[in-house]
Design a protein around this ligand. Structure first.
Ligand SMILES: Nc1ncnc2c1ncn2[C@@H]1O[C@H](COP(=O)(O)OP(=O)(O)OP(=O)(O)O)[C@@H](O)[C@H]1O
Ligand SMILES: [Mg+2]
Length: 264
């Protein structure tokens, strides 16, 4: 467990290298963010942030509104201005890569606002998502996606705009899954869903981790729900690390919950 106060300490392990050379995948973190300062052009949002996600685990990011959770995901996916620090995927630096290159590395980013094509059918959406696959791969993977998300089979030939919020979220997840990502970055996938649908979406995320071995980084507004699912958790506030450790450790830290997470 680390309680990092103003974000001054970092939790880099002995396997990190400073020279940017290729590093074997050695059971270390699949994503490692160190001393990251980033933002949007001249708007500085994250300060000296550290973050690690372990392979095939669910790593949760929580924190108050505006604390920089989405900015951390967007920084990992190459969408922010990086002033300082480094982001590594399987030991290799990806800090300088474009979102296009990062997607090719099999990192999928599901933004806070759904990215489905409303005017296309469910099947057409899957075709769009699978543009890098050849016909044989596509034919093999569609049944797998429809099996994982049976609701998509029901509406396969309907336009995405007719789907409910939860169903759209399932489609967005299916569109990411068809490319067989190694890491999935989820930004509040349950926002504006009913409690029942939110639980369904979160259980699908767990299923994708369990069945496809995906490493998940999850920003989630409902802290208790997220902590039930997560293997480890990072708390950000004002663009800085406040805490990282296990969900149990965070829950035991009553004053952090009260101060930053609206918990009693
Ligand atoms: N495109 C942008 N340009 C400039 N500032 C931005 C941009 N997007 C976000 N910000 C600012 O960055 C800060 C952190 O925002 P961010 O979206 O990362 O917070 P968050 O923790 O995801 O909040 P929420 O829980 O509301 O989603 C906020 O002050 C926000 O106004
Ligand atoms: Mg956000």
């Amino acid at each position: 467990m680390h309680e990092t106060g103003d974000g001054s300490s970092s939790s880099s392990s002995s396997s990190s290298r400073i020279d940017g050379s290729k590093e074997e995948s050695d059971g270390g973190p699949i994503i490692r963010v160190s001393t990251l300062s980033s933002g949007y052009a001249s708007s500085h949002i994250l300060f000296d942030v550290h973050f690690e996600a372990m392979e095939q685990e669910i790593t949760v990011i929580v924190g108050p509104n505006g604390s920089g959770k989405s900015t951390l995901l967007k920084s990992i996916f190459g969408l922010c201005t990086i002033y300082d620090g480094q982001i590594r995927f399987q030991g290799r630096p990806i800090t300088e890569l474009t979102p296009h290159d990062i997607a090719r590395e099999k990192i999928a980013y599901l933004p806070q606002v759904n990215n489905v094509f409303a005017n296309l059918t469910i099947r057409e959406n899957l075709v769009m998502a699978a543009y890098t696959l050849d016909a044989r791969e596509f034919a093999e993977r569609v049944p797998e996606i429809l099996e994982t998300f049976p609701i998509l089979r029901t509406y396969e030939n309907s336009k995405a705009q007719t789907l409910s919020g939860g169903e759209r979220q399932m489609l967005a997840m299916g569109m990411a899954l068809i490319r067989r990502p190694t890491v999935m970055l989820f930004d509040e996938p349950t926002a504006s869903l009913s409690p029942k649908l939110a639980l369904e979406v979160l259980s699908k995320i767990k299923q994708m981790r369990d069945e496809f071995g995906i490493s998940v980084i999850l920003v989630e507004q409902n802290v208790r729900r997220a902590l039930r699912l997560g293997d480890s958790v990072y708390l950000l506030a004002n663009g800085k690390n406040v805490f990282d450790g296990t969900p149990e450790e965070l829950l035991a830290h009553r004053e952090l919950g009260r101060l930053y997470l609206g918990m009693r």
